[in-house]
Design a protein around this ligand. Structure first.
Ligand code: SHN
Ligand code: NAI
Length: 214
């Protein structure tokens, strides 16, 4: 069966991570950036997780897993190095929860792809488990093309699109303009600024006219 890619909103969602090692930390950093409310359950935690816990970013239950721990979790990450514990967690997961199993992806219902984030640009790479190392290699290669400047360009496209949508330009002109901004030349920061200034004054002018009932 093929897996389906999604973008998911995890703001304030309850996430439980069982295990406190390196894989748990990798997942935790990504989940915290998503605004999730993260609890880690593990008798021991690595240095990175400890620092996050000391700064108050995550909750930590310093003990072995208990079945109740996942009762009302939206997402559960099974990331211990103990196969018996992993199995116990999988069996305790409510039917409606999302679950990721680090040691055997097919036992869960979600997987984490290799991921590249630059501003609002998000690129995920999956090989459906064929080779996580290849996924990482492709991500690293793409990172040289889709660098920070590219992320800034995507952020510029976001800002322009919001203004274009607010404007009273016809739908047809809006579409033309949105397509025009994909031209390579708009990666130039001065050109971006000129467009934003033009769009801002256009929208401001239109809103002013509207207030005056023109
Ligand atoms: C399903 C998935 C994610 C998920 O867990 O949901 C998954 C699953 C598994 N990985 C395993 C092993 C390794 N994973 C890595 C590394 C990475 N793994 C990542 C993604 C994914 N790994 C997702 C699939 C992506 C796809 O579709 O290709 C990367 C890209 C991103 C990230 O994790 O953030 C990250 C790059 C880190 C970086 O360099 O940035 C290394 C190498 C290393 O650690 O350096 C090894 C050891 C070598 C090997 O085994 O190949 C095992 C066996 C565990 C065991 O043996 O017990 C499983 C379980 C299974 O195969 O079922
Ligand atoms: N999906 C992926 O990308 C990868 C998955 N793995 C798999 O993930 C597993 C974990 O990897 P690491 O984080 O590197 O291991 P690790 O050895 O660094 O950490 C394991 C953690 O599990 C905790 N733990 C053990 N028994 C527990 C219990 N009963 N309750 C709660 N916590 C318990 C330990 O205290 C420790 O914090 C590996 O065993 C391997 O199978 C490994 C590499 C990559």
């Amino acid at each position: 069966m093929a897996l389906t890619p999604f973008m998911i909103d995890l703001v304030n969602k309850r996430v439980v991570i069982v295990g406190g090692g390196l894989v748990a930390e990798r997942r935790m950093r990504c989940l915290l950036e998503s605004g999730a409310c993260v609890t880690v359950i593990s008798p021991e935690i690595g240095e990175g997780i400890r620092a996050l816990w000391e700064e108050g970013y995550v909750n930590w239950k310093q003990r072995h897993f208990e079945a109740d721990d996942v009762a009302d979790a939206f997402l559960i990450i099974v990331a211990t190095n103990d196969p018996a514990t992993n199995q116990t967690v999988i069996e305790a997961v409510p039917e409606t929860s999302l679950v990721n199993v680090a040691a055997d992806a097919e036992q869960g219902n979600i997987q984490f792809p290799a991921h590249l984030q630059q501003g609002k640009l998000s690129i995920s790479i999956a090989t459906n488990g064929a080779s996580p190392m290849l996924a990482a290699k492709i991500r690293n290669r793409l990172a040289t093309t889709y660098d920070r400047n590219y992320g800034d360009y995507v952020d510029f496209l976001y800002e322009s699109r919001q203004l274009i949508k607010r404007s009273l330009l016809t739908k047809q002109t809006q579409t033309l303009l949105l397509r025009e901004l994909l031209d390579e030349s708009f990666k130039n920061k001065q050109k971006q600024m000129a467009i934003i200034n033009w769009l801002e004054s256009l929208v401001k002018g239109e809103e002013h006219d509207e207030r005056l009932g023109r």
